[in-house]
Design a protein around this ligand. Sequence first.
Ligand code: BES
Ligand code: MN
Ligand code: ZN
Length: 504
Amino acid sequence: MENKEIDLEFSIKSGAPEKQRTACVVVGVFESRKLSAPAVDIDRTSDGYLSDILRGGDMDGKAGSTLLLHRVPNILADRVLLIGLGKERDFHEKAYRDAIACAIRTLRDTGSMEATITLSEIPVKKRDVAWNIEQAVIAAHEALYRFDLMKSKTSEPRRPLKRAVFAVSRRGELKFGEIGLARGLAIAHGIGLAKDLGNTPSNVCTPEYLATEARKLAKTYRFGCEVLDQAACEKLGMGSFLSVGKGSDKPPRFIVLKHEGGAKGEKPVVLVGKAITFDSGGISLKPPAEMDEMNYDMSGGGAVLGAFRAIGELGLKLNVVGLVPSCENMPNATANKPGDIVTSMSGQTIEILNTDAEGRLILCDALTYAERFEPEAVVDLATLTGACVIALGAHPSALYANHDPLAREIEHAADDAWDRVWRMPLWDDYQDQLKSSLADMANIGGRPGGSITAACFLSRFARKYHWAHLDIAGTAYKGGRDKGSTGRPVGLLMHFLLNRADKV
Ligand code: BES
Ligand code: MN
Ligand code: ZN
């Protein structure tokens, strides 16, 4: 079984909003009662119908407000939907995406099966038409996303939104719009897959389940795919990775995906994603509160698979390798115990002072495995530390890198994708916290700077190439009552890869 894909067709159009023969034309209104350019057109054609209504106090343009109008004079569309945009000078990226999402949800709830949405014409500072369209497609998918796989009954809207036309203001912009549309769709589909995998509970989404998903992707998009089992990992000497899965009855899987879209012999970018399908903490058991959210501890791996879906859809002209070490962190008689010492694939030994610091134990062997690809760059993604959530909250992912140009590249991609990061220090000064008297290092560095010392631990296995690490513990999913995966940072990864593909 699979979660239902969002069934909404997008296209782009230029032309006068008052002449759109459609079920609904959507126009924006700024606070207080200032019409956006397409709204001015409709107002003029309808002899001031909109201004009259606004003057009457039915709507003032506050962000999130909506007003649906029927039979607007001289307008070809059946209805006109006004969307409040907030203050014009605050109309930045977030306000833009919120406005699109608000429009899409209102269209769904009011039974318009098709609509022309002019919000995509409204300029967002420093952004171009391709950006507006790409983000509109992503925000629309975000607004309509549901995870119904585990519900016995689902309620479909009676008249679901089927076709959305995004407007651009001039004909000459159509070709940029098309670029944004293609990117937006691929990214939205990648985000969708990452969300589905994240939201699938750990009794279903096991390491083998993720391997099956990877094989499916490989078949659809002709990726190379290899799934290493316990024995294969033993042969490679992945003592650190394998130690984590020991306490579980679900066998570990080390997933390798290869996309050869670049020139032959060109060095690949390697993406590495932590995929602990459930993190109980192991013998260093987590407290009960919020433990239910630890099925999301495979979100890094989910984002790698999501990115591969988008890579396949776009036929990206770049060589990319995806590595997804996957296992379950559980306590039983064979599980890692505090004080155990394991030997990683790199040969470095690790004293496991806390079995709940397991992410770094699986990533370190994946980082060593990455060496064989002689990578151009390696980027790993992991819901690695609670400390990261305390430091940065839910908005940026934490970025660490051993190479400044790579860090800047990722900062740029994150801004392009509006999937933001915040750079953190990876100073040698922190390395002392990982000292062990019995092994080469300990797997924890104490409470101060917990996200930083986790990154420092990983850096010891990434000395042979340019490497960046994203701690996505705060950004990959939302906790609490309306918990759910965000699909981050698929958007960031895709912009990073697309920017590189453009250059070669
Ligand atoms: N998967 C967790 C990190 C995490 C915590 C992600 C909360 C999202 C929300 C990770 O494996 C972990 O347990 N880290 C420990 C490390 C500590 C024992 C040094 C943590 O952050 O508490
Ligand atoms: Mn843990
Ligand atoms: Zn974990």
